[in-house]
Ligand binder design. Structure first.
Ligand code: URA
Length: 239
């Protein structure tokens, strides 16, 4: 990998903004190959240099994993000629890294969306064969009950021919809402399954993907890097 500016390398990890990186360097908290870094413009080779922040090694050549609280109103796509996408919420240096959403949420769906440049991990998390559960909170027009839970648990075949794997449904709030657990992600799947039960979805939010739960301290539109533990849990689940 070519030599790159230190400030760019550190910001590209997703852990700090460009401004925070500048401050860290000014405060003498960044060391490169044993020397305290003084200038963000200094260059380093991310594959070879040992880069420490506050004494902790930082992997600047690695992959990026972000958790976004997707707001309603944006597409889960990398770009669209006419409409805003979730990538618009990221700063330039992360947009340029080629991150993409792990699966799609509908434009009006909110909640957990992972963004990464790790193609193989994203592929595995979405594969029904890997059994990575995705949990959604849905509010419905109507009342969901045990019969709906039983129908989802058997595996529904919709009128349009869509065959769904067995899924979980737990009624909440007297049946006006529910948790739906899927291990696949077909187009509009939660909405189509509940509509087929005569209980159309009025609000939908994804709460978790495998062991990674939406960090409720993130307001819609906010994001943060996954912690090392969260990335490790996703890697374990793909097995
Ligand atoms: N199911 C849906 O219907 N919509 C989503 O956005 C995700 C799952």
């Amino acid at each position: 990998m070519a030599m790159e500016r230190l400030d760019k390398l550190l910001a590209s990890t997703g852990h700090w903004s460009r401004k925070e990186v500048k401050d860290m360097i000014r405060q003498g908290r960044v060391r490169v190959d044993g020397q305290t870094a003084r200038r963000g413009e200094d260059k380093a080779d991310p594959r070879q240099a040992e880069i420490l922040v506050d004494g902790q090694p930082v992997d600047c050549g690695g992959l990026v994993y972000l958790m976004l609280h997707k707001p309603a109103g944006l597409l889960s796509a990398t770009r669209d000629g006419r409409q805003g996408t979730v990538l618009d919420l990221l700063p330039d240096h992360l947009r340029r890294r080629g991150l993409f959403p792990v699966g799609r949420l509908d434009k009006d769906t909110e909640g957990l969306l992972l963004l990464t440049d790790d193609g193989p991990l994203a592929h595995d998390l979405l594969s029904p064969k890997k059994h990575v559960d995705k949990v959604y909170y849905a509010r419905v027009d109507g009342i969901v009950d045990g019969a709906d839970a039983a129908a989802l648990a058997r595996g529904m075949t919709l009128a349009d021919g869509l065959v769904c794997l067995p899924a979980g449904l737990e009624p909440l709030e007297g049946g006006r809402a529910c948790l739906v657990t899927l291990r696949e992600g077909k187009y509009h799947q939660v909405k189509r399954m509940l509509a087929a039960r005569g209980k159309p979805v009025t609000y939908l939010k994804r709460l978790s993907m495998g062991a990674v739960r939406l960090d409720e301290s993130l307001a819609p539109g906010q994001w943060r890097p996954l912690t090392a533990d969260e990335v490790a849990s996703l890697r374990r689940e793909r097995k």
